[in-house]
Design a protein around this ligand. Structure first.
Ligand code: SF4
Length: 696
């Protein structure tokens, strides 16, 4: 057995350190020296190497032939087909008719290269990525309130120092188990975990107070908590005076969210609200953390701002052992939203409509800033317009399974089928790849080099432990070859990750997410470097906002956020509220985890969780199958009867496609500023399709 290669888990944003031992099989060991997970891994991390030699792995390009079948092809054939399609589409329909769709699971180098391919080579404004479905509301809210978005502006280990942690809409005990070690340490010191979640999740079950708010009422709960904190004199008035602006309008607003009213709207008992507010407000040090629950709504930005208000009123942000953060989901959900694959963004969190930003990036790329396109459409808007007049007609997808992960997925599937050219780069024939004209086999995590930025803003190294199969290429090699086919080799002088990262460093110099002082060598030496890091002798920035906020005034900003109802509310036809989420043994669209035998055994199929009173009404038992129906469509799930879900709520997991796809049901109503779809709330009804025992 060779010596181990230190790298990171391919899945979530915790980016747990692991060591790969390469022998006949690749074996995984938790990396005890990495300070985030300290050797702990969840079942997904332990089994992550199983996909490297999986029998369904794509081992050569596939091109759709004259019979309409995907058939093995050479790289030359595949790249020629793509280049011809791009040229023909842009000649007939303009540059923006070619779109690019990226991912929060790609390395920073790939994200950067993808954005550069779109802006410098294709010169299209049509680029966005699946992180729009994940992080965009928290990112928008943090930027507005705090002047900068970095998921956790502090190291995870700080959580252990708190006296209270308020976790809103995030089930970390199941989705990020190694993070719980810090919560456990906090609790062992006498600290309190407070959870807002419509379900009594594993995380909520261990909380000192669980506020089981109805989906879509997060702002009511946040404002209600702040009401009690103001009423009981727990506001940090000195902090509010010295470090913030705009509190008076919030103080006036929350006066109207007295506990009785909060209970009436959200279902959270007054006593629980008051107890949570007091535990949070009296804690010497505390954190407020949001997850996808409040964020993935058509009012996701407002919801997040309301919880940031709470953290600011308590004087938490920028104080050691305290703060506000969002629990980022995807593996490189942080770096993925920094380096230029967003519709409105250039590398380093630079805005694409900022002339100075355009000039800087254009100079690094060796092109005229005037030639850079402007902002494009957000993910769902770009996908929903595919094949329609003025919409994208050719789409390149890297590392994303949009048929499963998009809201109102049947509409997106129909629009994908209307494309003149769909190209998908992936490891497996995902539901999206199965619709493509060209499929490109790409390298997996253990077969490539690069960097990832975890949920704390810590930039870490992904290291190659094994060679990819002979006809499999890294996405960097694919992008470089594609640029060459399009006559733009000069923009892609190298497909070596180290070289691309050095260019990224130059492109981000002076930007909000400044990586210019981070080198591969430093990451190797220091085990990770926190951005911003503006020079090689800068120590990096584990904790943000200690002195000032990067806003024009240097102060954090309060936003008064009144409650507004979800885009779709229950009615006579659709009397239940549907909400969606993840389970421990599956990850995102399931392209990878559904193929891992141990994970498929743990979570073989999607379930709908419903309350015993609902089960009685429909004469259902666990194991029965039902259809869940919304205005978008229907999908079939196995029933799990549980009192951990509210009586008015149905919960389904979203890791499956086809007629078991939760996202065939979800609502594509978008947040007005982040353009986040309303994944977490829509109106639904149950239809009994069959019973396990064979009864009608
Ligand atoms: Fe991987 Fe996340 Fe599990 Fe850690 S918690 S092993 S990063 S999936």
């Amino acid at each position: 057995m060779r010596s181990a290669t230190a790298t990171h888990c391919p899945y979530c944003a915790l980016q747990c350190g692991l060591r790969l031992h390469v022998g006949e099989r690749v074996q995984v060991e938790g990396d005890a020296s990495f300070p985030v997970n300290r050797g702990a891994l969840c079942v997904k991390g332990w089994t992550s190497a199983e996909l490297l030699r999986h029998p369904e792995r794509l081992l050569s390009p596939l091109v759709r032939d004259a019979r309409g079948e995907l058939a093995p092809a050479t790289w030359d054939q595949a790249l020629d087909r793509i280049a011809e399609g791009i040229r023909a589409t842009q000649a007939s329909h303009g540059r923006d008719a070619v779109g690019v769709f990226g991912s929060g699971s790609l390395t920073n180098e790939k994200v950067y290269a993808l954005g550069k391919l779109a802006r410098a080579v294709l010169r299209t404004s049509s680029i966005d990525y699946n992180g729009r479905y994940c992080m965009s509301s928290a990112a928008t809210a943090s930027t507005r309130a705090l002047g900068l978005d970095r998921g956790l502006p502090f190291p995870t280990e700080d959580l252990a120092e708190a006296d209270a942690v308020l976790l809103v809409g995030s089930n970390v005990a199941e989705t990020m188990p190694p993070l719980m070690q810090y919560i456990e340490k906090m609790r062992a010191r006498g600290g309190a975990l407070l959870v807002v979640d419509p379900r009594r999740t594993v995380t909520a079950a261990g909380a000192a107070v669980h506020l089981a708010a109805s989906p879509g009422t997060d702002t009511v709960v946040a404002n209600g908590l702040l009401h009690v904190i103001v009423r009981d004199g727990l506001v940090d008035e000195a902090y509010v005076r010295d470090r913030t602006e705009g509190f008076e309008s919030v103080r006036a607003l929350v006066a109207g969210y007295w506990p009785e009213r909060v209970e009436r709207i959200s279902g959270v008992p007054q006593a629980d609200l008051e107890r949570a507010a007091r535990l949070l407000g009296r804690a010497r040090r505390a954190f407020v953390l949001t997850g996808r629950g409040p964020e993935q709504q058509a009012q996701g930005v407002a919801n997040t701002l309301a919880f940031i208000d709470l953290a600011l009123a308590l004087g938490l942000v920028g104080r050691r052992g305290s703060g506000y953060g969002c629990v980022t989901g995807q593996g490189n959900g942080q770096g993925g939203r920094e380096h230029g694959q967003k519709a409105d963004q250039l590398p380093g969190y630079r805005r694409i409509d900022d002339p100075a930003a355009r000039a800087h990036v254009a100079s690094v790329w060796g092109m005229d800033p005037e030639a850079l396109p402007g902002p494009g459409r957000s993910a769902y808007e770009m996908l929903a317009a595919m094949g329609l007049p003025g919409g994208v007609r050719a789409l390149l997808v890297f590392g994303s399974n949009v048929v499963v992960s998009s809201p109102d997925a049947s509409t997106i599937e129909a629009r994908l089928k209307a494309l003149d050219l769909l190209v998908v780069s992936d490891f497996f024939l995902s539901e999206t790849a199965a619709l493509a004209h060209v499929v490109l086999p790409s390298a997996q995590f253990a077969e490539e080099d690069g960097t990832m930025t975890n949920l704390e803003g810590r930039v870490v190294r992904r290291r190659r432990a094994v060679e990819p199969p002979p006809e499999v290429r890294t996405d960097l090699a694919i992008l470089r070859a594609l640029a060459a086919r399009l006559g733009a080799s000069r923009f892609f002088p190298s497909d070596d990750a180290h070289d691309v990262f050095d260019e990224l460093r130059r492109a981000t110099a002076g930007a909000p997410a400044d990586y210019s002082g981070i080198t591969y060598e430093r990451i190797d030496r220091e085990g990770g470097v926190f951005w911003p890091c503006p020079s090689e002798d800068h120590p990096g920035t584990p904790r943000l906002f200690a002195e000032r906020f990067p806003t024009p005034s240097g102060r954090a900003r309060f936003f008064a956020v009144p409650h507004s109802v979800p885009a779709e509310e229950p009615d006579a036809d659709y009397p239940m509220v549907l909400t969606t989420g993840r389970v421990l043994a599956q990850y995102q669209s399931g392209t990878q985890t559904r193929r891992v035998a141990a994970l498929a055994k743990l979570a073989p199929e999607p379930v709908v969780e419903l309350h015993p009173t609902v089960a009685r009404r429909f004469a259902l038992s666990s194991g029965d199958a039902v259809s869940v129906v919304t205005r978008r469509g229907r999908a079939t799930f196995v029933v799990r009867v549980t009192s951990s879900v509210r009586q008015d709520v149905l919960f389904v997991s979203f890791h499956w496609g086809g007629d078991r796809s939760a996202n065939r049901l979800t609502n594509a109503a978008l947040d007005p500023s982040s353009r986040m779809p309303e994944f977490k709330v829509c109106a639904a009804r149950l239809e009994v399709t069959r019973h396990a025992a064979g009864a009608p």
